[in-house]
Design a protein. Structure first.
Lengths: 164, 210
């Protein structure tokens, strides 16, 4: 791999790394596992980069590779703690920005999202990132209608958790 | 505020994380080795190919084994044809496996990526089934040929009554069957553990299409 390619890749990754961090935050539950997954996604992005033609945005391409790595390629790290508990610190809910009810709601919502299975997590992730149903369906390989139906189900599920 | 909007608002505010890495920290990551499931599967399938190739062809390197074969089977054309076929089968599997691995792309959509990985695993599975079937068929057949041409064995079983002969072959069949079954279960267990998450997620995606 030549230096120029390496340089342009690092520049793009540095700029858009937040997407990778967000994927890691959703699929891991501690600092070490987060770093392991970040490392693996970086390797997969780098390996696929020579084939990146720029016909889609780098960030769009990153969502796909990042989620594919987290859901399919990544073998759960030994450092992944065996718990479904979500770590409020990872999500940085600052008390000063939200009132008590909102803070409590956010904790419950994150807890619920955290307990979803890998596929539903991906759906919610793309939804939170403001992706259209077309993009969601293209990323996951399901039809647009099904993406919409499934997302509605997840939304309802989350609502029931907050308003039992 | 709508609950999900609240979540979205907070989610977006987590943008500028203090986990931001500098280019200097990112560079060394490019040099690290991947530990993805595809890589693990690749090494396992190579190991499996090599294992069965050695089981099938290593004995051929020994001249005494070849002498024994010649003594038992003579210059039987069937033996030559079978050897050529098994070489051919190995080549076909190597080619199919190579093609399947080339098809795995992290930039495919999630469902397609999972399907490609599972297809690769299926090719290895067929290869193992092929080998186990060959063992199941060939052990009793080679025993039969040996009993005809190997004088030591021939002398021992010549006095067998029909019932004893049937029991003798039945035991051989059952023992070979048990060996094949144990091997198969062991194999299923390894892949079952390795691909549990992938299979579960693939089923979940397929369920969405129903």
């Amino acid at each position: 791999m030549n230096k120029e390619l390496e340089h342009s890749f690092i520049e793009l990754l540095e700029e858009h790394q937040n997407i990778v961090h967000k994927v890691c935050r959703l699929y891991t539950n501690n600092y070490d596992a987060h770093n392991d997954l970040f490392q693996e996604i970086t390797i997969q992005l780098w390996k696929a980069y020579p084939k990146f033609r720029g016909d889609s945005k780098f960030s769009t391409w990153m969502y796909r590779v990042g989620l594919n790595t987290a859901i399919t390629l990544y073998r759960k790290s030994k450092r992944q703690v065996k718990t479904q508990e979500f770590d409020a610190v990872q999500f940085k809910i600052k008390a000063e920005d939200y009132d008590n009810t909102e803070e409590q709601q956010l904790k419950l919502l994150y807890q619920a999202v955290y307990q979803l299975d890998d596929i539903n997590k991906a759906l919610v992730f793309l939804y939170l990132e403001d992706k259209s149903y077309k993009e969601i369906s293209e990323t996951l390989g399901i039809s647009e209608v099904n993406a919409r139906v499934k997302m509605n189900r997840v939304k309802n599920k989350l609502k029931t958790i907050l308003n039992p | 505020m709508d609950e999900l909007e609240l979540l979205k608002k907070h989610w977006k505010s987590t943008g500028d994380s203090d986990q931001k890495l500098s280019a200097k920290q990112l560079y060394p990551m490019l040099l690290k080795k991947s530990s993805s499931i595809v890589k693990t599967l690749f090494y396992i399938s190579i190991a499996e190919l090599v294992f069965w190739i050695l089981i099938n062809f290593l004995p051929m390197l020994s001249t005494s084994y070849l002498d024994d074969l010649e003594q038992v089977y003579g210059n039987n054309i069937v033996l030559i044809v079978l050897s050529v076929i098994s070489f051919g089968v190995v080549l076909v599997f190597v080619y199919l496996l190579y093609k399947a691995y080339k098809n795995i792309s992290v930039t495919d959509n999630t469902k397609q990526l999972m399907a490609s990985i599972l297809k690769t695993r299926k090719i290895v599975k067929y290869y193992v089934i092929y080998n186990l079937t060959m063992i199941f068929i060939s052990v009793p057949i080679s025993l039969y040929f040996t009993s005809l041409n190997d004088t030591a064995l021939h002398d021992k079983i010549i006095h067998f009554t029909t019932t004893q002969t049937i029991v003798f072959y039945l035991i051989t069949f059952v023992l070979t069957g048990i060996f094949v079954l144990v091997f198969w279960l062991f194999y299923r267990l390894i892949y079952g553990i390795l691909l549990r998450r992938l299979n579960r997620n693939y089923l979940e995606l397929k369920k969405l299409e129903l």
